[in-house]
Design a protein around this ligand. Structure first.
Ligand SMILES: C[S@@+](CC[C@H](N)C(=O)[O-])C[C@H]1O[C@@H](n2cnc3c(N)ncnc32)[C@H](O)[C@@H]1O
Length: 252
C-alpha cells in the first residue's frame, strides 16, 4: 500500500519512518510512504503557500493552488486511485475501525494542514474525508498523519515480533473490543509490590480468566461505551455478565 503525505514539514516524519518495530514496514515498502512538500509547487521567489484570510481575522490560510498542483503531481505518480484524507479537528475521530480500513486498503493521500487550515474551495473540490485525532487543536496535521501511519504499520502481517500482539490489544473486535489487561514483568517484587500471584501459577485457564476479568473491569470503569457495544454485539458471555454484576452492577 502507498501513502502519500502532503506536508510543509517532511523532516518531521524521519524518526517515525526509521525507528522502532514499525520501521520494517516502512523500510521494506510494505507501507510505502512518500512525502511531498507543497512549497515545491508554489510560485514566486518566496514560494508562498499561505495568505491572509478574506474577511480579516488572525492567522494565515493555506492557498488552494499549490495544494492542487501537489495533488495533481501525486496523482500522476500513483498507479492506483486513492482517497484524499485531510487531518482536521472537524473530522471523524480516528479509531480502530478506521485504522483497520486503512490497514487493509491500498493507501491514501494524507494532507497535513497548518496555520488556520486550508482554503475551503480546495477542500470542497478534492478532499474525500476529514479525520481528527481528538477534541483538541494541534499546530499541524503531521502528528495525526504519523499516528495513522504507525497504527496502520503495526497491523501489517509480520511487522510485530509476535503476530498475537495486536490480537490482544485494546479495541480489537476480533477478540472482544474491550480494553487491554494490565501487564507485569520481572522482578516478581518491585517497590514492595508483588506481581499478582495467579500470573506465577502456570495455570493457563485461570490466568486467561483473570485477564478477561481485568479487561472487563477496566473497560467498565474507563470506557463503559465499549462495554455496551460488546454486549450489544454478543461478545460477553454469561460468565462475564456474572462477574460484571459483582464489580459494577450499575452497568447492567
Ligand atoms: C492550528 S490547526 C487549525 C485549527 C482550525 N482553525 C480549527 O480550529 O479547527 C492547523 C492544522 O492542524 C491540524 N490539526 C489540528 N488539530 C487537529 C486534530 N485534532 N486532528 C487532526 N488534525 C489536526 C489540521 O490539519 C489543521 O489544519
Amino acid at each position: 500500500m502507498r501513502f502519500d503525505v502532503i506536508t510543509l514539514f517532511p523532516e518531521l516524519f524521519a524518526p517515525l519512518l526509521t525507528t522502532g518495530i514499525t520501521r520494517r514496514a516502512f523500510e521494506s515498502g510494505q507501507v510505502d510512504v512518500q512525502l511531498t512538500n507543497p512549497r515545491d509547487f508554489a510560485e514566486g521567489a518566496y514560494r508562498r503557500v499561505d495568505d491572509r484570510p478574506f474577511g480579516g481575522g488572525p492567522g494565515m490560510v493555506m492557498m488552494a493552488e499549490p495544494l492542487a498542483q501537489t495533488l495533481s503531481h501525486i496523482r500522476e505518480q500513483r498507479q492506483t486511485q486513492a482517497p484524499v484524507v485531510l487531518f482536521s479537528p472537524i473530522g471523524k475521530v480516528l479509531d480502530h475501525a478506521l485504522v483497520s480500513e486503512f490497514a487493509t486498503g491500498e493507501g491514501a493521500i494524507l494532507l497535513c494542514g497548518r496555520y488556520e487550515g486550508l482554503d475551503q474551495r480546495f477542500i470542497d473540490a478534492h478532499v474525500d474525508m476529514q479525520v481528527s485525532l481528538g477534541d483538541f487543536v494541534l499546530s499541524g496535521g503531521e502528528i495525526a498523519a504519523m499516528a495513522l501511519l504507525d497504527a496502520v504499520a503495526r497491523l501489517q502481517p509480520g511487522v510485530l515480533g509476535d503476530p498475537m500482539s495486536h490480537h490482544q490489544d485494546s479495541f480489537n473486535p476480533a477478540l472482544d473490543g474491550l480494553l487491554d489487561c494490565p501487564h507485569y514483568t520481572r522482578p516478581e517484587v518491585w517497590g514492595g509490590v508483588a506481581v499478582p500471584e495467579i500470573l506465577l501459577s502456570g495455570h493457563h485457564v485461570n490466568i486467561e480468566r483473570w485477564r478477561r476479568e481485568k479487561r472487563l473491569a477496566l473497560t467498565a470503569r474507563n470506557r463503559p461505551d465499549l462495554l455496551v457495544r460488546a454486549r450489544s454485539e454478543g461478545r460477553l458471555t454469561p460468565q462475564d455478565e456474572q462477574y460484571l454484576s459483582k464489580v459494577s452492577p450499575s452497568l447492567l
